[in-house]
Design a protein around this ligand. Structure first.
Ligand SMILES: Cc1cc2nc3c(=O)[nH]c(=O)nc-3n(C[C@H](O)[C@H](O)[C@H](O)COP(=O)(O)O)c2cc1C
Length: 174
């Protein structure tokens, strides 16, 4: 199995993180990877708000019920709907939302490749995060990606029945 496939197979959401800082070099490498995520029309409508400030992370966690981890850094994936409108994207088109997913997948894998644990969170107050991060009008926070060095123990992965294989998810058509 090649290195990319092995990384895809071995990545897991990390919800238990220790106090060791992620470090700016790793954070910037992850953000550089995010820039290369595919985007609808190659429009790059996502903006990334990154923090490794303990106070900001503390408040971010307070307004995010889905944030089980105590990260030492976080990247908030935002969509610039003002820019989207300028490019002719209507608010109901799926492209900009799908782009949040491609950015998230890229960030999770990039972090994993560097030995940094990562986990997405969508259960948070968008209004509170917007205020905390002083986001301008039109910039909507869509996902928080927690980052930190994996700690031993912590919550078990969410399991739903037996392991799913690709065959369960796939239909070949002639
Ligand atoms: C759109 C989306 C939202 C998610 N929101 C949360 C969340 O709020 N809190 C959380 O702990 N995990 C969240 N997750 C992580 C999933 O629970 C996780 O990917 C899934 O259980 C599979 O685990 P694995 O990625 O380790 O294989 C989210 C994942 C996605 C794709």
């Amino acid at each position: 199995m090649n290195a990319v496939l092995a990384a895809i197979r071995s990545r897991r959401v990390v919800r238990s993180m220790d106090d060791e800082p992620v470090g700016r070099e790793a954070l910037e490498a992850i953000l550089d990877a995010a820039r290369w995520a595919p985007s609808a029309g190659n429009r790059h409508l996502q903006r990334f708000v990154a923090t490794d400030d303990p106070g900001t992370l503390h408040v971010l966690r307070m307004v995010s019920p889905g944030m089980i981890a105590r990260p030492t850094a976080a990247i908030v994936i935002c969509t610039d709907w003002s820019l989207a409108a300028d490019f002719g994207f209507r608010p109901d088109v799926p492209g900009p939302w799908i782009d949040v997913g491609t950015a998230a997948a890229t960030i999770l894998l990039a972090a994993h490749s560097l030995g940094i644990g990562a986990g997405p969170v969508t259960s948070f107050s968008k209004a509170a995060v917007g205020t905390l991060l002083r986001l301008p009008d039109g910039l909507q926070p869509d996902m928080i990606v927690c980052l930190g060095h994996p700690a031993a123990g912590g919550p078990a992965p969410i399991r739903r029945g037996r392991a799913i294989t690709w065959r369960d998810l796939t239909t070949f058509v002639p």
